[in-house]
Write a protein that binds this ligand. Sequence first.
Ligand code: PHB
Length: 394
Amino acid sequence: MRTQVAVIGAGPAGLLLSQLLHLQGIDSVILERRDRDYVEHRVRAGVLEHGTVETLREAGVGNRLDSEGLRHEGTELRFARAAHRIDFAELTGRTITVYGQQEVVKDLIAARLDAGGDLRFEVTAVALHDLDTDRPRVTFDHQGEPGALEADFVIGADGFHGVSRRQVPGLRVYERAYPFSWLGILSEAPPSSQELIYARHANGFALHSMRSPTVTRMYLQVPLSEDIAAWPDERIWSELHTRLATDDGFALTEGPLLDKGITPMRSFVATPMQHGRLLLAGDAAHIVPPTGAKGMNLAIADVRLLSHALAGYYTERREDLLADYTDFALKRVWRATHFSWWMTTMLHTDPHDDAFSEQLALAQLDYVTTSRAMSTSLAENYTGLPYERGWSYR
Ligand code: PHB
């Protein structure tokens, strides 16, 4: 079997790349370890930057996103029992859209299959070969049958636990583990606020988010190795009420829980994001803590660069766009890594920190919510940085 681009992983990165390549007449095959039902239903992130929404529209998957996505013009920071709004639209002219990652995945899978795309689920034992030649190969098992795929390029979009990153010799890794996790819930209840609420409380961080007018998504900071059994529903609700409380009487609407899970928080950046004919995208190369809502947006930004670089290769035999992929991708990745770390430390209580750090975080929150310069900085990072290659902040 032969294709132009072999894509490992049917998450947002792999699917979107395959779709963007297809629109430019470039052929690809996607190999995914899980089954279709699993990838379409795993509950993940939900915030799309302005540029992410535009990219999805350009990829031809903007219809349901435009009708069902919730456009937000700002967000709220909450601390010391008071609410403070950051007005993205006014400060940057940009907005964000709340639309679940699994909805993006469903739309992309439907688009790939409609266009006759080759997308294989339940592919195991993936191994990459001859990456430093111009005929790389992938071998695998597909539903029990051995298979082999020859390509011009292999894209490692197989997530943090995938096999691709391990094929890059001399990989350098930068890492930070945060001393807490997030307990996330999905509740069948209308959101209690029109916008997202990021709250700092002495008991820890809480986040109010949503998926639709009838489904609320919320998170609580919990200890690092917390057991979900320690969090019966009543405890979750009681802690959400406590951490989100304001002096002007904020009311949180409860509902039956549809999903409940714990995720550790880490920052991780691997470089280079390429080796020979292998190029990495998304979580395979970098992870950010979810506090800045950057994870899926970074994956999509990687794919925009890759799609452009591969198109340059196929139309004009240009190698330069591929050669500097890592450098361009990492500029955005490190900005987002800093932003996510900054949001995380400002909003969480660190069990190892002292009263001094607590006061620094509160001083920072006060500054961000009262200085136009600081709130503009938060807003421009949150709604998304420019997409031009080698952009500057001016
Ligand atoms: C979510 O809705 O799942 C969500 C929103 C904002 C974040 C992280 C997760 O920062």
